[in-house]
Design a binder for this molecule. Structure first.
Ligand code: FEO
Length: 395
């Protein structure tokens, strides 16, 4: 395991988290090409100490060692659980043992989750409501409920004297490296991907949270994944755009092809869209990093899905991505569906049905038997032209 260092972020505020350089998958779903970090923070006041969030299971002893380098964990008064997901709360049972007098501070829903997930007994829990605070002596921690960012129990913690917002998953990025976001050259690339994977389904809640954050004097944002934002303007502006569903003249194309027929149709659609001055991001699902496709969906105005039929339905890889898109609720307004089959169709119909909940306008759908003819490809081009027209008009 690399590095057991701690970092001082402000007077009495220390990063004591862990960097997971080797992790490549999150929630058994999300690829992590750059690993991730589990940021935990120690706050030292004149009259008490608090730990904000913990670390992923397996990193408990690293957290303990870091804390012992700064304080006696037995003297910690509060362990703040902003969020109950195990990547931040998995070390809570260990921490409650070594911080034997500490109370677990969480929302009422968090208390129930702490019991269910970590068997934390009620006498160790201090439930806080929105706007309540604890004072550590010159360090006031104010709690702000932030439901669904990322789970219903989630809250932020705001350190008033220093203007530090501990936002847990919100404003995060899956990066093992980099303490400060201004030291990461392509921070927004990673933050956008993370937004798409984690926060995009909750845009309305994100907008509400951003309105509340704007009322605070936030000088530093300390999320629980990835670098700390000591110049919060950049990430705040990006979150305003993404939460607002701002899109560009851009189409994300995701497809899979078995024998090249669907791919021919996709190529014709892509060439047509590009000729119509529309930005196109193409992902062949056979080799694609799904996280990159999701990142492109964050600001795309339309989606093109292409898949052959396998046993009466869409190819399972395409069905998986269609289901994922339906769950992540990107802001796209238009779609084009393409498919091919050898002896029985059905892919396009199934893809359309899977996306029904998104209320996308399906501008065109083309499904062909066998290899597409010149006439078939003309139909694809016409459908892509109609899509380009919609995408441009929406600007
Ligand atoms: Fe990083 Fe929702 O946990």
């Amino acid at each position: 395991m690399l590095g057991h260092s701690t970092f001082r972020l402000a007077d009495g505020v220390y990063w004591v988290g862990s960097r997971d350089w080797s992790r490549r998958l999150f929630d058994s779903l999300i690829p992590l090409p750059k690993g991730t970090s589990y940021n935990s923070y120690l706050i030292v006041g004149d009259g008490g100490e608090a730990l904000i969030d913990t670390v992923n299971p397996g990193f408990e002893l690293e957290l303990e060692e870091k804390l012992r380098g700064l304080t006696d964990p037995g003297g910690i008064s509060y362990i703040v659980m902003n969020h109950a997901e195990p990547d931040h709360a998995g070390a809570i049972p260990h921490m409650l043992k070594i911080a034997s007098k500490a109370k677990l501070v969480t929302t009422s829903q968090g208390a129930s989750m702490a019991q269910a997930l970590y068997r934390v007994q009620p006498d160790r829990v201090m439930v806080v409501r929105d706007g309540e605070a604890v004072n550590l002596g010159g360090k006031t921690l104010r709690f702000i409920e932030a439901p669904m960012l990322h789970w219903p129990e989630t809250m932020f913690t705001y350190l008033e004297e220093e203007g530090i917002l501990f936002s847990c998953d919100f404003f995060g990025s899956h990066l093992a490296g980099g303490l400060y976001s201004d030291e990461v050259e392509d921070l927004l690339v990673h933050a956008r991907r993370y937004w798409g994977e984690i926060m995009m389904p909750f845009r309305a809640m994100a907008q509400r949270a951003l309105q509340r954050v704007e009322k605070l004097d936030v000088r530093l944002i300390a999320p629980s994944h990835g670098p700390v934002h000591r110049h919060p303007k950049q990430i705040l502006e990006a979150y305003r755009r993404w939460a607002g569903g701002e899109t560009r003249r851009k189409v994300t194309v995701v497809y899979v092809s078995m024998w090249g027929s669907t791919e021919l149709m996709v190529k014709r659609a892509v060439e047509t869209l590009e000729a119509e001055n529309v930005e196109v991001a193409v992902h062949n699902l056979e080799v694609a990093d799904v996280g990159e496709a999701v990142a492109d969906l964050v600001d795309s105005r339309a989606i093109v899905l292409g898949a052959p039929t396998v046993l009466g339905g869409a190819h399972p890889i395409a069905f998986h991505i269609a289901h994922l898109v339906g769950s992540l609720r990107p802001p796209a307004k238009f779609a084009l569906l393409l498919g091919s089959y050898g002896w029985g169709g059905g892919a396009v119909k199934q893809l359309g049905k899977t996306l029904e909940g998104l209320k996308l306008e399906v501008v065109g759908s083309v499904e062909v038997k066998g290899s597409p003819t010149a006439e078939d490809l003309k139909r694809v081009a016409e459908a892509a032209e109609a899509l380009a027209e919609k995408v441009r008009r929406e600007a």
